[in-house]
Design a protein around this ligand. Structure first.
Ligand code: PLP
Length: 198
């Protein structure tokens, strides 16, 4: 997680000629106490920032392809001039609206994510595999062996894990699902260790 002060310094010192897109895809998961959404800057009238949000994470609507951007009215107007009239699908919009109207969903989703992360983190620790701190719905963790082979073996076990990243060989990104799914993932990880695959 980027410290808020670093982001502030960067934004405050930037030339007024520069524009920023700030991706707040994981905003609902943030636990860092000094975090401030860039919405505040937009409310203050800053017109060089666009904030992106998505319903793909906490709201679990990734397949419906729905998200939104928030910016100064002038920027939105300029963007709208370039946008397709049908750039959001109706089912996605209805589901997104229902999600925003359901605080119970938000707290349930957050609680399941926290439990799933704790379960997986404990298993990784038990197996001596490192992981990075995460204020998201995924865990970036060590798998030791080849990331591509690991992904293929997980797929054979019925689990779709993240793709390899060139700069992080031997690591994998795992999205958190239901508790039953995470339990099955942990059992699979133990089997992989027995086979000396991780
Ligand atoms: C930082 C970040 N932004 C956005 C997305 C994807 O959002 P969407 O499904 O709305 O394209 C991801 C997905 O992994 C992400 O990690």
């Amino acid at each position: 997680m980027l410290p808020q002060s670093s982001l502030n310094q960067w934004l405050d010192k930037a030339s007024s000629q520069l524009s920023f897109i700030i991706d707040e895809a994981y905003v609902e998961y943030v636990a860092q106490p000094d975090f401030v959404s860039a919405f505040v800057r937009i409310k203050q009238g800053q017109s060089h920032i666009v904030v992106c949000r998505t319903f793909s994470k906490l709201y679990a609507l990734a397949g419906l392809r729905v998200g939104y951007g928030v910016a100064h009215p002038e920027i939105i107007k300029a963007m709208q001039a370039q946008a397709s009239i049908d750039n959001a699908n109706l089912i996605g919009c209805v589901a997104a609206k229902a999600s925003l109207e359901s605080p119970a969903w938000v707290s349930m989703s957050l609680a399941i994510n926290a439990k799933g992360k704790a379960l997986v983190n404990a298993q990784l620790t038990a197996l001596g595999l490192s992981y990075l701190p995460s204020e998201t719905n995924f865990i970036f963790h060590q798998v030791k062996g080849d990331s591509q082979l690991y992904m293929e073996r997980m797929e054979q076990a019925g689990i779709l894990v993240g793709r390899p990243f060139n700069h992080a060989q031997g690591w994998n990104r795992l999205s958190i699902g239901t508790l039953a799914q995470m339990q099955y993932f942990c059992e699979t990880l133990v089997k992989f260790r027995e086979l000396a695959w991780i």
